[in-house]
Design a protein around this ligand. Structure first.
Ligand SMILES: [Zn+2]
Length: 325
């Protein structure tokens, strides 16, 4: 390797945009919340569980008997949050509390807007502060407040009375990604419009993007290899589900591609062909974006497109090794 690589680092968010199916019990609970009503469920021993659960915690029997409970109750235990975090339900100090609603035999977790820690006590009475607009989510309860607090504000009627069967439950993880030496050098080459991999000194496999070592031999890889724009489709998938934030409209093809001279595939888009014509062994070529748009990213290549060359037999894809002799 020549000069030491500049460290490349950037913020990164990993997201899973789940939609969760609620099942009939949680679905009924959320449907009731949207109508600003609290329902628990009767357990095998006659106790009312809140929030309702699908199965009896002792006998494991399926439960189905809903019971109306009050929207006020007693704080059984609590803790004060002095410095709320971004994901918390309030940006002011508040209490997490286990609240046993009148008519229920088990307490449920929610938050209390008491204004001050001194206003909180075990055994205090609290009531629901309903959200102005309800959507069939736990946040339809905009916290609990001490029972004496007068609640103002207009409550809009629920927008729908359809039974709730699913809820959006996305998960996001935001962190800082630091490229590391090998990836940083690779990205710097990408910025110059070059595909540069690394060769293992032992098995002579060429990796792109390089990781700085050979996963098979466990040795550092330092020899750099500049590769061309042509590649072979090793495998592919047709994506039919839209990905939030992705400007490409489905259906489109994502393929595992092995560049000529490389031995391991990477993922990229395939375009300028009918999705149904894509096949393993197909020959393709990188289409680079205009140079002015190049950054430290694989996206400098807009996509790969088919070229008029014979297919590569499946058992030969990525198998060519330069013995260096
Ligand atoms: Zn190796």
């Amino acid at each position: 390797m020549s000069s030491s690589a500049e460290i490349l680092s950037q913020a990164f968010t990993l997201g899973y945009t789940y939609t969760r199916s609620t099942g009939p019990i949680v679905g009924q609970f959320l449907t009731s919340l949207r109508a600003r009503k609290m329902v628990g469920i009767k357990a095998s021993d006659g106790k009312v569980l809140m929030p309702p659960v699908e199965f009896d915690p002792v006998s494991a029997d399926a439960l189905s008997e809903f019971v109306d409970v009050a929207d006020s109750g007693v704080v059984k235990t609590w803790c004060w949050v002095k410095q709320p975090r971004k994901a918390h339900p309030s940006d002011k100090p508040f209490a997490w509390a286990m609240i046993q609603l009148d008519g229920a035999d088990t307490p449920m977790l929610h938050w209390v807007d008491a204004g001050d820690e001194a206003a909180m006590s075990t055994g205090m009475r609290v009531k629901v502060r309903w959200a102005e607009e309800t959507k069939g989510l736990m946040s339809d309860i905009n916290g609990f407040v001490p029972e004496a607090v007068a609640l103002l504000g207009e409550l809009k009627p629920a927008a729908s009375d359809e039974q709730i069967t699913g809820m959006e439950a996305p998960i996001y993880l935001t962190y800082n990604f630091t490229a590391g030496k090998a990836t940083a050098r690779y990205l710097q080459s990408m910025k110059k419009g070059k595909l540069v991999g690394q060769r293992c000194p032992n098995c002579r496999n060429v990796y792109i993007p390089p990781r700085g070592s050979c996963a098979a031999c466990g040795v550092p890889t330092e020899e750099e290899v500049t590769l061309g724009n042509k590649a072979t489709v090793e495998s592919f998938t047709i994506v039919y589900i839209p990905i939030p934030g992705n400007p490409i409209k489905p259906p489109y093809v994502i393929a595992n591609l092995v560049l000529d001279g490389a031995n391991l595939s990477f993922l990229h888009l395939l375009s300028e062909c009918k999705n149904e014509d894509v096949r393993i062994g197909m020959r393709v070529e990188a289409l680079w974006k205009p140079e002015a748009e190049w950054g430290y990213a694989m996206e400098n290549i807009q996509y790969f497109k088919p070229i008029d060359e014979p297919d590569v037999p499946v058992d030969q894809i990525g198998k060519l090794i330069d013995e260096g002799r």
